[in-house]
Ligand binder design. Structure first.
Ligand SMILES: Cc1cc2nc3c(=O)[nH]c(=O)nc-3n(C[C@H](O)[C@H](O)[C@H](O)COP(=O)(O)OP(=O)(O)OC[C@H]3O[C@@H](n4cnc5c(N)ncnc54)[C@H](O)[C@@H]3O)c2cc1C
Ligand SMILES: O=C([O-])CC(=O)C(=O)O
Length: 322
């Protein structure tokens, strides 16, 4: 979408072996609470989050909000012990960030400290469909196709953007990319209106427009996409200890996804070359636990890199197929 908006004369094609609802992004809880990537400067991560927050905040304030599945949600992040960093880097991007009052903390007898704020949540499957609809309306082509090797695309396209998520492990042989398996539940509990996140990052309750997402798990190195019934019970019990009324939740659906994890997002240009033929590639994968929180910011940067590829192509003698 960012490429289409920035370079309207480009013809864009999306190739994917799976589309919504069968992607990792469909499993995500979609909360805008960033995770820290140790390999990326904080000011860069903050800019990606700010760009994403501003973009989704505008949608949440428009008539598109409910179709796009974007809404504001207020709640609490609670800690058993006061964290070393009381003010996370994103505290002035979300709205109304403040320490919780004593009265609020009374709801959480096992926790001593907490942060209250308002952030955004994407209900991921509707958001992905909304994006697809907008892309199709601008003439973008979408084909179901598994790409075995980026080089296979060189005769058809001038620039390739690699957004393969965990698929990049196989596609470009990136050994630094690893799965962090996550299981979540989606339940019917319409009385739950506030989010609750344990600061240890393992247990969370995120109300969406229609369902509440209960999480979660983080299993590094596991490629299994099968739900585990023991884990379902464990997640449910942990969430009920934070919000006992969830015992009355109904219609539990279980989802599993593989977070495409890396020390840092791979957001860079690469020039593939074989026998004097060149193929510029822009990589944009490895968003780990925070793909929704920074997707618009990283997409903007990827689009800027595509612009550099276009400028280089225009300056070279290759015949443009753009
Ligand atoms: C349980 C869970 C909860 C999460 N909660 C949150 C949250 O609350 N907030 C947040 O910010 N993030 C969250 N995340 C993280 C977020 O889901 C990811 O960072 C994000 O979805 C990654 O998006 P992506 O587009 O890179 O990958 P994907 O959504 O996996 O998309 C990659 C696409 O590439 C395609 N593909 C891959 N390989 C190939 C190939 N060889 N050929 C053709 N197509 C290919 C795939 O089919 C897919 O369509 C969560 C993740 C999980 C698992
Ligand atoms: O940690 C959270 O709040 C949700 C999330 O991003 C994840 O499970 O990866």
């Amino acid at each position: 979408m960012c490429i289409v908006e920035t370079y309207p004369s480009c013809s864009v094609t999306i190739l994917s072996d799976q589309f919504s609802p069968n992607t990792t992004s469909d499993v995500a809880a979609g909360m805008l609470i960033p995770h820290t990537h140790p390999g990326t400067p904080i000011h860069v991560q903050k800019q990606w989050f700010k760009d994403t927050f501003a973009y989704l905040f505008a949608i949440s304030n428009s008539a598109e909000a409910s179709e796009a599945g974007i809404h504001l949600v207020s709640g609490w992040q609670v800690f058993k012990n006061t964290p070393k960093e009381e003010l996370p880097f994103w505290s002035d991007v979300v709205l109304g960030f403040r320490p919780m009052s004593k009265a609020e903390l009374q709801k959480f007898p096992q926790h001593r400290f907490g942060q209250a704020f308002t952030t955004l949540k994407c209900d991921c499957p509707p958001y992905l469909l909304w994006l697809e609809k907008r892309l199709k309306a601008t003439g973008v082509q979408m084909y179901t196709r598994k790409v075995a090797d980026l080089w296979d695309l060189h005769s058809e396209y001038n620039v390739v953007v690699n957004c393969a998520g965990i698929g990049a492990h196989q596609l470009v042989g990136d050994e630094k990319l690893f799965p962090v398996r996550g299981q979540v539940l989606r339940v019917h509990a319409p009385w739950v209106k506030n989010f609750i996140r344990d600061g240890d990052g393992l247990t969370y309750i995120y109300p969406g427009i229609h369902r509440v997402t209960l999480g979660g798990t983080r299993t590094e190195g596991s490629w299994s996409l099968s739900p585990d019934p023991g884990t379902t019970k464990d997640i449910f019990d942990r969430c009920c200890s934070l919000e006992p009324s969830l015992r009355g939740a109904e219609d539990v659906q279980v989802k599993v996804g593989l977070r495409p994890s890396r020390q840092c997002v791979r957001l860079q240009r690469e020039l593939l070359s074989q026998g004097g033929v060149k193929l510029p590639v822009v990589h944009n994968y490895g968003h780990g636990s925070g793909g929704f929180s920074m997707h618009r910011g990283t997409a903007k940067e990827a689009a800027r890199l595509v612009g550099e590829c276009i400028a280089a192509l225009e300056g070279s003698s290759s015949r443009a197929k753009l």
